[in-house]
Design a protein around this ligand. Structure first.
Ligand SMILES: [Zn+2]
Length: 342
Protein backbone atom coordinates (compact mmCIF):
# COMPACT_ATOMS: atom_id res chain seq x y z
CA UNK A 1 0.00 0.00 0.00
CA UNK A 2 1.26 3.43 -0.86
CA UNK A 3 1.62 5.37 2.31
CA UNK A 4 3.46 8.63 2.49
CA UNK A 5 4.81 9.32 5.96
CA UNK A 6 1.49 9.44 7.72
CA UNK A 7 -0.24 12.41 6.29
CA UNK A 8 2.18 14.31 4.15
CA UNK A 9 1.37 17.97 4.16
CA UNK A 10 2.21 20.10 1.18
CA UNK A 11 1.87 23.80 1.88
CA UNK A 12 1.16 25.60 -1.32
CA UNK A 13 1.25 29.00 0.27
CA UNK A 14 1.05 29.58 3.98
CA UNK A 15 -0.83 27.72 6.64
CA UNK A 16 -3.68 29.71 8.05
CA UNK A 17 -5.00 29.86 11.59
CA UNK A 18 -8.55 30.62 10.42
CA UNK A 19 -11.14 27.99 11.36
CA UNK A 20 -13.58 28.62 8.50
CA UNK A 21 -12.59 26.08 5.89
CA UNK A 22 -13.74 24.44 2.72
CA UNK A 23 -12.62 20.85 2.26
CA UNK A 24 -12.49 19.21 -1.15
CA UNK A 25 -11.81 15.47 -0.96
CA UNK A 26 -10.70 13.77 -4.16
CA UNK A 27 -11.39 10.14 -3.32
CA UNK A 28 -9.26 7.29 -4.57
CA UNK A 29 -11.90 5.32 -6.47
CA UNK A 30 -9.51 3.78 -8.99
CA UNK A 31 -10.50 4.58 -12.58
CA UNK A 32 -13.34 7.06 -12.05
CA UNK A 33 -14.23 10.31 -10.33
CA UNK A 34 -15.65 11.03 -6.92
CA UNK A 35 -15.26 14.36 -5.16
CA UNK A 36 -16.74 15.28 -1.81
CA UNK A 37 -16.96 18.93 -0.83
CA UNK A 38 -17.76 20.04 2.70
CA UNK A 39 -18.40 23.77 2.83
CA UNK A 40 -17.58 26.23 5.57
CA UNK A 41 -21.16 25.83 6.77
CA UNK A 42 -21.02 22.04 6.75
CA UNK A 43 -23.11 21.61 3.62
CA UNK A 44 -22.08 18.61 1.53
CA UNK A 45 -21.74 18.28 -2.21
CA UNK A 46 -20.76 15.02 -3.91
CA UNK A 47 -19.66 15.16 -7.53
CA UNK A 48 -19.84 11.63 -9.02
CA UNK A 49 -19.34 8.37 -7.16
CA UNK A 50 -16.88 6.24 -9.13
CA UNK A 51 -18.02 2.77 -10.21
CA UNK A 52 -20.70 0.94 -8.27
CA UNK A 53 -18.06 -1.31 -6.71
CA UNK A 54 -16.01 1.73 -5.65
CA UNK A 55 -19.17 3.29 -4.27
CA UNK A 56 -19.67 0.41 -1.86
CA UNK A 57 -16.01 -0.17 -1.13
CA UNK A 58 -14.69 3.40 -0.94
CA UNK A 59 -17.24 6.21 -1.14
CA UNK A 60 -19.90 5.09 1.35
CA UNK A 61 -17.37 4.02 4.04
CA UNK A 62 -15.40 7.22 3.51
CA UNK A 63 -18.47 9.40 4.05
CA UNK A 64 -19.47 7.33 7.08
CA UNK A 65 -15.97 7.66 8.59
CA UNK A 66 -16.21 11.43 8.19
CA UNK A 67 -19.50 11.44 10.05
CA UNK A 68 -21.45 12.68 7.02
CA UNK A 69 -25.14 12.11 7.72
CA UNK A 70 -26.71 13.64 4.64
CA UNK A 71 -25.64 14.87 1.23
CA UNK A 72 -27.18 18.20 0.34
CA UNK A 73 -26.36 18.06 -3.35
CA UNK A 74 -25.30 15.20 -5.61
CA UNK A 75 -23.95 16.01 -9.06
CA UNK A 76 -23.86 13.34 -11.76
CA UNK A 77 -21.58 14.90 -14.37
CA UNK A 78 -22.53 12.41 -17.08
CA UNK A 79 -23.97 8.88 -17.31
CA UNK A 80 -20.80 6.78 -17.62
CA UNK A 81 -20.48 4.02 -15.03
CA UNK A 82 -17.18 5.30 -13.60
CA UNK A 83 -19.08 8.43 -12.51
CA UNK A 84 -22.65 7.45 -11.69
CA UNK A 85 -22.20 3.78 -10.68
CA UNK A 86 -21.07 4.67 -7.17
CA UNK A 87 -23.96 7.08 -6.73
CA UNK A 88 -26.29 4.07 -6.46
CA UNK A 89 -24.83 2.93 -3.10
CA UNK A 90 -24.66 6.57 -1.99
CA UNK A 91 -28.37 7.06 -2.72
CA UNK A 92 -29.09 3.84 -0.84
CA UNK A 93 -27.01 4.78 2.20
CA UNK A 94 -27.64 8.52 2.71
CA UNK A 95 -30.47 11.01 2.56
CA UNK A 96 -29.84 13.27 -0.45
CA UNK A 97 -31.26 16.79 -0.71
CA UNK A 98 -31.21 17.16 -4.48
CA UNK A 99 -29.54 15.80 -7.59
CA UNK A 100 -28.34 17.65 -10.64
CA UNK A 101 -27.26 15.93 -13.83
CA UNK A 102 -26.43 16.65 -17.45
CA UNK A 103 -29.81 15.61 -18.84
CA UNK A 104 -28.51 13.26 -21.51
CA UNK A 105 -30.55 10.21 -22.38
CA UNK A 106 -28.64 7.03 -21.71
CA UNK A 107 -30.06 3.55 -21.87
CA UNK A 108 -27.74 1.49 -19.69
CA UNK A 109 -29.12 -0.50 -16.80
CA UNK A 110 -26.96 1.51 -14.38
CA UNK A 111 -28.41 4.80 -15.57
CA UNK A 112 -31.93 3.42 -15.39
CA UNK A 113 -31.33 2.28 -11.80
CA UNK A 114 -29.87 5.69 -10.96
CA UNK A 115 -32.98 7.51 -12.21
CA UNK A 116 -35.27 4.95 -10.57
CA UNK A 117 -33.56 5.46 -7.19
CA UNK A 118 -34.01 9.23 -7.46
CA UNK A 119 -37.66 8.86 -8.37
CA UNK A 120 -38.32 6.26 -5.66
CA UNK A 121 -36.93 8.57 -3.00
CA UNK A 122 -38.66 11.59 -4.48
CA UNK A 123 -35.39 13.55 -4.59
CA UNK A 124 -35.61 16.88 -6.45
CA UNK A 125 -33.83 16.40 -9.80
CA UNK A 126 -32.64 19.17 -12.05
CA UNK A 127 -30.65 19.48 -15.28
CA UNK A 128 -29.01 22.92 -15.20
CA UNK A 129 -27.62 24.79 -18.18
CA UNK A 130 -24.48 26.89 -18.58
CA UNK A 131 -24.80 30.25 -16.82
CA UNK A 132 -27.01 28.96 -14.01
CA UNK A 133 -26.01 29.33 -10.35
CA UNK A 134 -26.40 26.53 -7.82
CA UNK A 135 -27.13 27.56 -4.24
CA UNK A 136 -25.13 25.95 -1.47
CA UNK A 137 -24.45 27.49 1.94
CA UNK A 138 -20.82 28.02 2.84
CA UNK A 139 -19.48 28.83 -0.63
CA UNK A 140 -19.63 32.16 -2.44
CA UNK A 141 -20.66 30.77 -5.79
CA UNK A 142 -21.22 27.62 -7.77
CA UNK A 143 -21.64 28.46 -11.42
CA UNK A 144 -22.68 25.86 -13.98
CA UNK A 145 -20.50 26.41 -17.05
CA UNK A 146 -21.72 23.53 -19.19
CA UNK A 147 -23.64 21.95 -20.92
CA UNK A 148 -25.36 24.61 -22.99
CA UNK A 149 -28.86 24.57 -24.43
CA UNK A 150 -27.79 22.38 -27.35
CA UNK A 151 -26.10 19.11 -26.47
CA UNK A 152 -22.93 18.09 -28.31
CA UNK A 153 -22.21 14.65 -29.77
CA UNK A 154 -20.80 12.21 -27.18
CA UNK A 155 -21.62 11.81 -23.50
CA UNK A 156 -18.32 13.21 -22.22
CA UNK A 157 -18.69 16.50 -24.06
CA UNK A 158 -21.93 17.30 -22.24
CA UNK A 159 -20.51 16.75 -18.76
CA UNK A 160 -21.84 19.11 -16.12
CA UNK A 161 -18.98 21.55 -15.52
CA UNK A 162 -18.96 23.48 -12.26
CA UNK A 163 -16.85 26.38 -11.05
CA UNK A 164 -16.94 26.75 -7.29
CA UNK A 165 -15.66 29.90 -5.60
CA UNK A 166 -14.90 30.32 -1.92
CA UNK A 167 -13.55 33.80 -1.21
CA UNK A 168 -10.34 34.13 -3.28
CA UNK A 169 -10.07 30.50 -4.30
CA UNK A 170 -11.77 28.89 -7.30
CA UNK A 171 -12.10 25.21 -8.21
CA UNK A 172 -13.05 23.88 -11.63
CA UNK A 173 -14.72 20.48 -12.00
CA UNK A 174 -15.10 19.61 -15.71
CA UNK A 175 -16.12 15.95 -15.43
CA UNK A 176 -14.99 14.11 -18.56
CA UNK A 177 -15.27 17.09 -20.89
CA UNK A 178 -13.22 16.63 -24.05
CA UNK A 179 -11.70 18.98 -26.61
CA UNK A 180 -14.95 19.79 -28.43
CA UNK A 181 -16.70 20.69 -25.17
CA UNK A 182 -13.72 22.76 -24.06
CA UNK A 183 -13.81 24.63 -27.36
CA UNK A 184 -17.49 25.49 -26.88
CA UNK A 185 -16.88 26.46 -23.28
CA UNK A 186 -14.13 28.87 -24.35
CA UNK A 187 -16.60 30.72 -26.56
CA UNK A 188 -19.28 31.02 -23.89
CA UNK A 189 -17.66 33.93 -22.06
CA UNK A 190 -18.09 32.47 -18.58
CA UNK A 191 -15.21 32.64 -16.08
CA UNK A 192 -12.87 29.65 -16.31
CA UNK A 193 -9.92 30.67 -14.15
CA UNK A 194 -9.32 28.42 -11.15
CA UNK A 195 -6.41 27.75 -8.85
CA UNK A 196 -7.47 24.12 -8.49
CA UNK A 197 -8.48 22.07 -11.55
CA UNK A 198 -9.87 18.57 -11.48
CA UNK A 199 -8.18 17.56 -14.73
CA UNK A 200 -10.83 16.54 -17.26
CA UNK A 201 -11.42 12.90 -18.25
CA UNK A 202 -8.71 11.36 -16.05
CA UNK A 203 -5.96 13.23 -17.90
CA UNK A 204 -6.92 11.82 -21.30
CA UNK A 205 -5.21 13.12 -24.44
CA UNK A 206 -8.67 13.93 -25.83
CA UNK A 207 -9.12 16.67 -23.20
CA UNK A 208 -7.08 19.50 -21.70
CA UNK A 209 -6.26 21.44 -24.84
CA UNK A 210 -3.60 24.10 -24.42
CA UNK A 211 -6.18 26.86 -24.94
CA UNK A 212 -8.42 25.44 -22.24
CA UNK A 213 -5.61 24.92 -19.74
CA UNK A 214 -4.35 28.45 -20.37
CA UNK A 215 -7.81 29.87 -19.73
CA UNK A 216 -8.02 27.98 -16.44
CA UNK A 217 -4.38 28.59 -15.42
CA UNK A 218 -4.43 26.18 -12.50
CA UNK A 219 -1.86 26.18 -9.73
CA UNK A 220 -2.85 22.64 -8.89
CA UNK A 221 -4.12 19.95 -11.28
CA UNK A 222 -5.67 16.86 -9.74
CA UNK A 223 -6.11 13.70 -11.76
CA UNK A 224 -8.49 10.99 -10.59
CA UNK A 225 -7.26 7.88 -12.31
CA UNK A 226 -6.78 4.16 -11.74
CA UNK A 227 -3.30 2.62 -11.61
CA UNK A 228 -2.32 0.78 -14.81
CA UNK A 229 -5.68 1.54 -16.45
CA UNK A 230 -6.30 0.18 -19.94
CA UNK A 231 -6.94 3.65 -21.38
CA UNK A 232 -3.41 4.91 -20.83
CA UNK A 233 -4.66 7.75 -18.63
CA UNK A 234 -3.21 10.19 -17.88
CA UNK A 235 -1.57 11.17 -21.14
CA UNK A 236 2.05 12.32 -21.07
CA UNK A 237 1.23 15.40 -23.16
CA UNK A 238 -1.47 16.48 -20.69
CA UNK A 239 0.96 16.11 -17.82
CA UNK A 240 3.57 18.09 -19.73
CA UNK A 241 1.09 20.86 -20.60
CA UNK A 242 0.04 21.22 -16.98
CA UNK A 243 3.62 21.36 -15.81
CA UNK A 244 4.50 23.88 -18.51
CA UNK A 245 1.85 26.16 -17.06
CA UNK A 246 3.52 25.84 -13.67
CA UNK A 247 0.80 23.67 -12.15
CA UNK A 248 1.58 21.06 -9.52
CA UNK A 249 0.06 17.75 -10.64
CA UNK A 250 -1.28 15.26 -8.12
CA UNK A 251 -2.84 11.89 -8.97
CA UNK A 252 -5.00 9.54 -6.99
CA UNK A 253 -3.21 6.50 -8.44
CA UNK A 254 0.03 7.75 -6.91
CA UNK A 255 -1.11 9.56 -3.78
CA UNK A 256 -4.39 7.90 -2.87
CA UNK A 257 -6.99 10.25 -1.43
CA UNK A 258 -6.15 13.93 -1.98
CA UNK A 259 -7.67 16.53 0.34
CA UNK A 260 -7.49 20.20 -0.61
CA UNK A 261 -8.40 22.49 2.27
CA UNK A 262 -8.76 26.22 1.91
CA UNK A 263 -9.70 29.10 4.17
CA UNK A 264 -10.57 31.02 1.02
CA UNK A 265 -7.14 32.60 0.78
CA UNK A 266 -4.58 29.84 0.98
CA UNK A 267 -4.68 26.15 0.19
CA UNK A 268 -3.24 23.19 1.98
CA UNK A 269 -3.06 19.76 0.42
CA UNK A 270 -3.05 16.54 2.41
CA UNK A 271 -2.00 13.36 0.67
CA UNK A 272 -2.44 9.76 1.57
CA UNK A 273 -4.57 7.94 4.07
CA UNK A 274 -5.76 9.39 7.37
CA UNK A 275 -3.54 8.90 10.41
CA UNK A 276 -4.65 6.24 12.89
CA UNK A 277 -4.53 8.09 16.20
CA UNK A 278 -4.53 4.81 18.11
CA UNK A 279 -1.37 3.60 16.39
CA UNK A 280 0.51 6.62 15.03
CA UNK A 281 3.84 7.81 16.40
CA UNK A 282 4.12 10.98 18.44
CA UNK A 283 5.83 12.58 15.45
CA UNK A 284 2.99 11.71 13.07
CA UNK A 285 0.36 13.05 15.47
CA UNK A 286 2.32 16.23 16.05
CA UNK A 287 2.38 16.86 12.30
CA UNK A 288 -1.42 17.10 12.17
CA UNK A 289 -2.97 20.58 11.91
CA UNK A 290 -3.89 22.12 15.26
CA UNK A 291 -1.81 19.61 17.22
CA UNK A 292 1.39 20.77 18.93
CA UNK A 293 3.79 18.73 21.07
CA UNK A 294 1.69 19.09 24.23
CA UNK A 295 -1.56 17.92 22.62
CA UNK A 296 0.25 15.11 20.82
CA UNK A 297 1.57 13.81 24.16
CA UNK A 298 -1.91 14.06 25.70
CA UNK A 299 -3.38 12.10 22.80
CA UNK A 300 -0.78 9.35 23.13
CA UNK A 301 -1.35 9.20 26.89
CA UNK A 302 -5.12 8.99 26.42
CA UNK A 303 -5.09 6.08 23.94
CA UNK A 304 -6.91 4.04 22.92
CA UNK A 305 -9.83 6.11 21.68
CA UNK A 306 -12.97 4.29 20.63
CA UNK A 307 -14.86 7.33 19.33
CA UNK A 308 -14.52 10.98 18.43
CA UNK A 309 -16.51 11.74 21.60
CA UNK A 310 -13.71 10.21 23.66
CA UNK A 311 -11.11 12.15 21.71
CA UNK A 312 -13.00 15.38 22.38
CA UNK A 313 -12.46 14.82 26.11
CA UNK A 314 -8.70 15.33 25.76
CA UNK A 315 -8.00 18.76 27.29
CA UNK A 316 -7.23 21.26 24.55
CA UNK A 317 -9.17 19.47 21.79
CA UNK A 318 -12.21 21.61 21.05
CA UNK A 319 -14.61 21.69 18.11
CA UNK A 320 -12.20 23.85 16.07
CA UNK A 321 -9.40 21.29 16.41
CA UNK A 322 -11.74 18.42 15.64
CA UNK A 323 -12.85 20.18 12.49
CA UNK A 324 -9.25 20.60 11.39
CA UNK A 325 -8.64 16.93 12.04
CA UNK A 326 -11.70 15.78 10.10
CA UNK A 327 -10.65 13.64 7.16
CA UNK A 328 -7.08 13.42 8.45
CA UNK A 329 -7.51 10.95 11.28
CA UNK A 330 -9.08 7.58 11.96
CA UNK A 331 -9.48 5.71 15.18
CA UNK A 332 -8.21 2.27 14.21
CA UNK A 333 -9.07 -1.05 15.72
CA UNK A 334 -8.65 -1.26 19.46
CA UNK A 335 -7.84 -4.75 20.73
CA UNK A 336 -10.15 -4.56 23.75
CA UNK A 337 -12.36 -2.07 25.44
CA UNK A 338 -14.49 -0.66 22.61
CA UNK A 339 -17.17 -3.32 22.51
CA UNK A 340 -19.37 -1.60 25.05
CA UNK A 341 -19.07 1.82 23.44
CA UNK A 342 -22.13 2.50 21.29
ZN1 LIG B 1 -14.69 8.94 -16.61
Amino acid sequence: MKRLIGCLVLLLLFASAAVAQLDVHFLDVGQGDSILIITSQEETLLIDGGTEDAGWRVVVPYLQDLGVEKIDLVVATHPHVDHIGGLLPVLAAFPVGRVIADGQIHTTRTYERFLTAILAKDIPFHTPKGGEYIELAGVDEILVLHPGEDLLPGLNNNSVVLRLVYKDVAFLFPGDLEARGEEVLLTRGLPLGAQVLKVAHHGSRTSSTSAFLQAVSPRLGIIQVGADNVYGHPDEATLANLKALGATVLRTDEHGRILVRTDGRECQVFLGPPVDLNAASLEEIQALPGIGPVLARRIVAGRPFCSIDELAKVPGIGPGTLRKLRGLITLGEVEAGCASVP
